[in-house]
Design a protein around this ligand. Structure first.
Ligand SMILES: Cc1cc2nc3c(=O)[nH]c(=O)nc-3n(C[C@H](O)[C@H](O)[C@H](O)COP(=O)(O)OP(=O)(O)OC[C@H]3O[C@@H](n4cnc5c(N)ncnc54)[C@H](O)[C@@H]3O)c2cc1C
Length: 296
């Protein structure tokens, strides 16, 4: 399908949709319309979209599965590049696996275990893509993407190249591979042979998620980063904020570290609630909470 921006036809190589609510593209179920949503069919198409947007002054946003995103109520008046579908199957070489960044992280974790490998099992259940996980240095239950990520293929400054991650700065929920500084295309993981515990670890982690997290309501996962020496959820609960609600946004009654959308929440509701929680927690505990979620 040819899609036009004004009178300019977009490069080919995409599925394209126009005026799509960001609430349909994000796990928070919040956000106004994205003017154009592009689903790339190849790595070259991703490069072409970036070039086309830059040359024509079109705002560009990148989404994986949208599970760590608070989208604006006003929507996004440019291209949303949605890289949430694998462009190829994972490639296995011994204990090394190379995956497309559009692959579901949970699907990859399960598949590597079926291949007799371990290393990603604690990350199973994180609902985003491999690219989103690399961008965020995602982690859970003592596992972190940086423990197994060895190389990453990125599109940066118009160049498509592999980078050794040992040369890169990956910190807590932070990496050098996050849009807009670059787009992660493929990731190479160094895993090890399963010692027979990987499937059980997956089961245990999934059970803990179901038990502790408000998976029945829309959210973007943990709202705040873990402050040094504390847990955000525990501090928020200690301040009596569990269940505190502004509009459709609520501090989860199940896990105070999550803000959930209990129905019709807007970005403004969530932003007000974040600011309120930060203020109360700082006043009562002296700890400053930094949001983990990203905005469009
Ligand atoms: C119920 C629930 C539980 C969660 N549990 C966890 C958890 O245990 N641990 C954890 O770390 N997170 C958790 N999250 C948050 C989220 O799933 C992770 O941050 C995930 O890695 C985001 O992946 P995504 O594909 O959804 O990225 P998105 O949310 O779409 O994007 C997040 C950021 O990464 C950028 N990005 C996405 N893809 C790429 C790419 N290919 N190249 C460069 N930048 C990119 C985006 O531009 C954006 O800035 C949870 C979320 C939910 C809703």
């Amino acid at each position: 399908m040819n899609v036009f921006w004004g009178n300019m036809a977009l490069p080919e190589g995409f599925g394209a949709e126009v005026n799509i609510p960001l609430s349909e593209l994000t796990s928070f179920r919040i956000g106004g319309n994205a003017k154009v949503v592009l689903h790339p069919h190849s790595y070259n198409a991703i490069r072409d979209a970036v070039t086309f947007a830059a040359q024509n002054g079109i705002p560009l946003a990148l989404l994986g599965k949208g599970t760590n995103i608070l989208a604006s109520d006003r929507g996004f008046g440019g291209f949303v590049l949605r890289f949430d579908t694998p462009l190829h199957e994972p490639v296995y070489r011994g204990t090394t696996v190379i995956a497309c960044c559009g692959t579901s992280l949970t699907a990859l974790a399960r598949e590597t275990v079926r291949h007799g490998l371990m290393g990603l099992e604690r990350l199973c259940g994180i609902p985003g893509t491999v690219g989103g996980a690399c961008a965020m240095n995602a982690g859970a239950y003592g596992g972190e993407i940086k423990q197994v990520l060895v190389r990453i293929r990125v599109l940066k400054d118009g160049r498509d190249r592999w980078i050794d991650v040992r040369d890169c700065d990956l910190g807590y929920r932070r990496s050098a591979f996050s849009f807009p500084s670059c787009i992660a295309l493929e990731a190479e993981f160094s895993l090890r042979h399963d010692d027979g515990t990987a499937a059980q670890t997956i089961q245990t982690c999934m059970d803990k998620r179901r038990e502790k997290q408000p998976l029945e309501l829309p959210s973007a996962g943990s709202t705040f980063k873990r402050p040094e020496g504390h847990f955000a959820g525990a501090l928020i609960e200690q301040c009596g904020l569990k269940g505190f609600t502004i509009g459709g946004a609520q501090v989860s009654e199940k896990h105070a570290g999550f803000i959930v959308n209990v129905g019709g929440a807007t970005e403004a509701d969530v932003s007000s609630l974040i600011a309120y929680v930060q203020r109360v927690v700082l006043e009562r505990t002296g700890v400053s909470l930094e949001p983990e979620i990203k905005r469009i």
